[in-house]
Design a protein around this ligand. Structure first.
Ligand SMILES: *Cc1c(COP(=O)(O)O)cnc(C)c1O
Length: 401
């Protein structure tokens, strides 16, 4: 007996088409930890400008040590789901720290932010409820809403990106709904823009709705001390539900969470299917993330450094003749036009020793393909200047500047 070669042949034909369309993703393999500079297999040292390691904590010695200690104390993992026999004290400690950090009563960890988002919507809505989501929300939110619609028969809508009138209109058209959820990213990852949280919260108040905000690109990044979009706007404690990742600024390992009232968190513990039927975060990861939060709390200067690096890079790249999207986050998208050009630029930058990814259609609209730079507190002036020189050289060669 052999495997179904008709099936694998059909898959291969689709993959070949992706290559022909020049949208096939090549994976680059790294031989060293995430940092401002990494060792890339077959290339040597490159400067990374496309990592979510915003605070430089993924290779912070105390974060690594905490994981090693937890491996010794708790072993490899939970060997069960949370409520059966899979909760360690480090999970509770982590969840208390998360809640303290983002300014909510309680929190619950998941194996990823994707998982946390997927869990949320369908657990808290029923038929007759209404969910409205920003059109540029992360894929995990889109899928979470689709899942809720499929299994709970709630009504759903998408509002134009950041368009408060559209949001208001969609809510007004669904005033009869029992429960109304507004889903937004805190920071939109392809644009580097920040949600209009004060207005969204006001609209929610006016319409009796609930705000669910995914702060994955904001946790550890926005606000004076990195506590996220709520801190940025002076609104700590004023967001109903915050979801976020532990896989970006907070150590970069993996994992995500839902932070909210104790009641919501308890309900997720009781009812959300990824909690009930899937293992918890490995204790190594929980301990590293816990240490990452403690480190962030003790080192607000890292957040200041991140902000300073983003400001420096944004100004310098503009001076070099590029047109980055305006903004104040460490995400600096440089619009170059067609998809092929963004990919070509990314490839040539890698040849110059700068690892930064190009994004095109369908991830972003036609004609707005971009090379998305992400700054880290770990970048030195030298790292950034090295990258800027490469951008100038490649930008000229491709006629972008
Ligand atoms: C990265 C990201 C996620 C996914 O995070 P994981 O923990 O890797 O699953 C979810 N939402 C947003 C907005 C993100 O940027």
């Amino acid at each position: 007996m052999s495997i179904n070669t008709e099936f694998t042949g059909a898959l291969q034909a689709e993959l070949d088409q992706l290559k022909a369309d020049r949208v096939y993703k090549q994976l680059n393999h790294l031989e060293s930890p995430q940092a401002a500079r990494v060792q890339m297999e077959g290339r040597g040292e490159v400067v990374i400008l496309s990592s979510n390691n915003y605070l430089g904590l993924s290779n912070e010695p105390s974060v690594v040590e905490a994981g090693i200690d937890a491996l010794r104390q708790f072993g490899a993992g939970t060997a069960s789901v949370r409520f059966i026999c899979g909760t360690f004290t480090v999970h509770r400690d982590l969840e208390e720290a998360i809640a303290r950090f983002v300014g909510t009563e309680a929190s619950l960890s998941y194996v990823s932010a994707w998982n946390a988002n997927e869990a949320l919507t369908s657990t808290i809505v029923e038929s007759g409820d209404f969910v409205v989501s920003d059109e540029l929300n992360h894929a995990s939110i889109i899928d979470s809403v689709r899942l809720a619609k499929a299994i709970k028969k709630c009504t759903t809508a998408v509002y134009k990106h950041g368009d408060l009138d559209d949001l208001r209109a969609k809510l007004a058209a669904n005033r009869g709904a029992r429960r109304k959820i507004i889903w937004t990213d805190g920071v939109f990852s392809m644009e580097g823009s920040i949600a209009k949280l004060p207005e969204i919260a006001q609209i929610a108040r006016d319409e009796g709705a609930i705000v669910a905000m995914d702060d994955s690109h904001a946790t550890g990044v926005l606000g004076e001390t990195g506590r996220g979009t709520a801190e940025h706007f002076g609104m700590l404690g004023e967001v109903d539900i915050i979801t976020s990742t532990l896989g970006k600024a907070l150590g970069g390992a993996a994992g995500g969470f839902i932070a909210a009232s104790s009641a919501l968190v308890d309900m997720m513990t009781q009812r959300s299917r990824p909690q009930l039927f899937s293992n918890a975060l490995p204790p190594t990861v929980a301990a590293s993330s816990l240490q990452a939060i403690r480190f962030a709390e003790q080192h607000p200067e890292r957040v200041r450094q991140l902000r300073e690096n983003a400001r420096y890079f944004r100004e310098a790249i503009t001076e070099a003749g590029f047109s980055p999207l305006a903004g104040e986050t460490p995400i600096v998208p440089i619009i170059v036009g067609e998809t092929a050009k963004a990919i070509e630029m990314s490839n040539r930058l890698l040849d110059e020793g700068v690892f930064v990814t190009g994004f095109g259609f369908p991830v972003v609209p036609h004609g707005q393909a971009r090379v998305r730079c992400q700054l880290s507190a770990a970048h030195t002036r030298e790292d950034m200047d090295f990258a800027l020189a490469a951008f100038r050289k490649v930008g000229r060669a491709l006629g972008v500047i």
